[in-house]
Ligand binder design. Sequence first.
Ligand SMILES: NC(=O)c1ccc[n+]([C@@H]2O[C@H](COP(=O)([O-])OP(=O)(O)OC[C@H]3O[C@@H](n4cnc5c(N)ncnc54)[C@H](O)[C@@H]3O)[C@@H](O)[C@H]2O)c1
Length: 252
Amino acid sequence: MSDPSPSRSLSGQVAVVTGAASGLGLAIAERLTEEGAQVALWDRDPTGLGHAREKIGATARAIVADVTDTKAVRAAWTKTKESLGTPSILVNSAGILGPSAAFADYPEEAWQRVLDVNLNGTFRCCQAAVPDMVAAGYGRIVNIASVAGKDGNPYVAGYVASKAAVIGLTKSMGKELATRGVLVNAIAPSASETAIFGELTDAYRARLIANVPMGRFVAPREIAEMALWLASSACSFSTGATFDISGGRATF
Ligand SMILES: NC(=O)c1ccc[n+]([C@@H]2O[C@H](COP(=O)([O-])OP(=O)(O)OC[C@H]3O[C@@H](n4cnc5c(N)ncnc54)[C@H](O)[C@@H]3O)[C@@H](O)[C@H]2O)c1
């Protein structure tokens, strides 16, 4: 598609949202659907995907895909193209937190796994998408990073490193594709109360919001609103950037 005039409407566009069975991915898929996009919901969790598809409605397609599997990602891209048309939007939200452990005890296997999902998974999905977006002369990629990737959080070294790397990947891709109509940006949220944390005790909940000046969790819907703008043609002169949504926590 050629570059549409700046608008938040996504009517006629196809979007892929990874990690769409839950949390931020689901909220983003819902918001993009409300603005007229047909959304391919990608996730490794078939049951969660079924519920998400029911919630979002008939325009969405549920596609089981594990972002750690390059062949599965390629197959999901092809399936999305065949069933909905070529996507002009990719939102990379699939992610895991990994263990909480002192750095000296942080298991190498978990380090590899967290990087493989959060960083390499984002790389794989972007690589599947970019050739078609460049050929179309238009695309919007939104990577869900984290304020943890900017500020650093103790005891989650793999997670922090993966999110800092996603911010770096976003910068590199943004600069490389800047004249091709394909804009690549990231979002860096503070804590949002989703399944990623597992069971939240009161003490854990308090710790998560202790360094957020606004003193609360960010709602998935608030993140979805930012993702919508970045996924639309209304975002026309920002690329390679990381957008803060941390209630005042981030210091740069
Ligand atoms: N919740 C937060 O506080 C927070 C803050 C900042 C950034 N983020 C980031 O937002 C993104 C979404 O997290 P969330 O809070 O919605 O968590 P969530 O656990 O609710 O959702 C994550 C989704 O990703 C899917 N997923 C995990 N591994 C996958 C894989 N290998 N292949 C395909 N799908 C996979 C899960 O099945 C799940 O549906 C993550 O990248 C996370 O790091 C979350």
